[in-house]
Design a binder for this molecule. Structure first.
Ligand code: UDP
Length: 321
């Protein structure tokens, strides 16, 4: 297939673009490099630098596209609270421009990078796709708005759409991995301590209602995620908008993640308990039963040491210890 990958110079987008190119698809990456990296665009993909909302029509206008994988977005919860306009503009308005360009140029299918943040505080775990969607920040709200947009385009225009709601993405795929200018995610932060680029890790609260008092999350390997995107693309049906949660179905506490990082790196990784972070739910665990049933998707890299190990290899390649 000829595929447009928006945000293909970012973390999840570059790994998915690499998988698709390796599988023989013709891949065009569109990215404004605001948070992505030019050298993360996979070999074998054509790169177009530019603003999605402005040039989606031009890029798709060259014709022949079979589908879009849409990753380009702002994705920092804290930033979304302080600057919501960035999220309504870069996420929601840009997605509308993209969908209109797809409609104009007869591009039949889209796989969208949605998020567990669309659910907000979970009433029950594991979280099903039928759980209430009550996002607690503009980031989650912007992604939910796009999910709703996709439902309406599937109904009105026969678009084949799939939203994949990721839980905590981690790990790496060879030279494609996580490198944010401002790092807020647990595993990369812990590995920065192991590589000597940070003194210690702050554990945001040890008085949560969980077995060891620290927050529990469902970590999903980015390669398992990439496989889900390929399956979603293959299973898309005109006029249908499908939504699937993607997680490993297992929860690991912050302390368990830090301990796994100690085992993998051999570094003592000093840690200190800090106040809770605003907006953090105690436990987030996915039910991915729907993706298993409909797509035949099964995550295979669910051991937290495998996930951390791949992230550590990536970190070491980039930041010599
Ligand atoms: N966390 C932490 N210290 C950090 C970064 C994160 O204790 O320096 C915790 C955070 O409170 C959450 C978990 O680690 O419970 C995962 O956070 P992350 O930001 O990686 O992902 P999120 O769950 O927010 O999407």
């Amino acid at each position: 297939m000829k595929l447009l990958v928006t945000g293909g110079a970012g973390y999840v987008g570059s790994v998915c673009a690499a998988h698709l190119a390796e599988a023989g698809h013709e891949v065009v990456v569109l990215d404004d490099l605001s948070t992505g990296h030019r050298d993360a665009v996979p070999d074998g993909a054509r790169f177009v630098e530019g603003n999605l909302a402005e040039i989606a029509g031009t890029v798709l206008g060259e014709g022949g596209f079979d589908g879009v994988l849409h990753f380009a977005a702002r994705s920092l919860v804290g930033e979304s609270v302080v600057h919501p306009e960035l999220y309504w503009d870069n996420n929601v308005v840009a997605a509308l421009r993209l969908l209109e360009a797809m409609r104009e140029h007869d591009v039949p299918r889209i796989v969208f990078s949605s998020t567990a943040a669309t659910y907000g505080e979970a009433e029950q775990v594991p979280i099903l796709e039928s759980s209430p969607t009550r996002p607690t920040n503009p980031y989650g709200a912007s992604k939910l708005a796009i999910d709703m947009m996709l439902t309406s385009y599937a109904t009105a225009y026969g678009l084949a759409a799939t939203s994949l709601r990721y839980f905590n993405v981690a790990g790496a795929h060879g030279r494609y991995g996580e490198r944010h200018t401002v790092e807020t995610h647990l595993i990369p932060i812990v590995l920065q301590v192991a590589s000597g680029h940070r003194e210690s890790v702050a554990i945001y609260g040890d008085d949560w209602p969980t077995p060891d008092g620290t927050c529990v999350r469902d970590y999903i390997h980015v390669e398992d995620l990439a496989e889900a995107h390929a399956l979603a693309l293959a299973n898309a049906a005109p006029g249908r908008h499908s939504i699937y949660n993607l997680g490993s179905g297992q929860g690991f506490s912050v302390k368990e993640v830090v301990e796994a990082c100690r085992e993998v790196t051999g570094h003592p990784i000093p840690s200190a308990v800090a106040p809770r972070r605003a907006g953090d739910p105690a436990v987030l665990i996915a039910s991915s039963a729907a993706a298993a049933a409909a797509l035949g998707w099964q995550p295979t890299r669910t051991d937290i040491r495998t996930i951390v190990g791949d992230a550590w290899r990536f970190t070491q390649d980039r930041l010599p210890v």
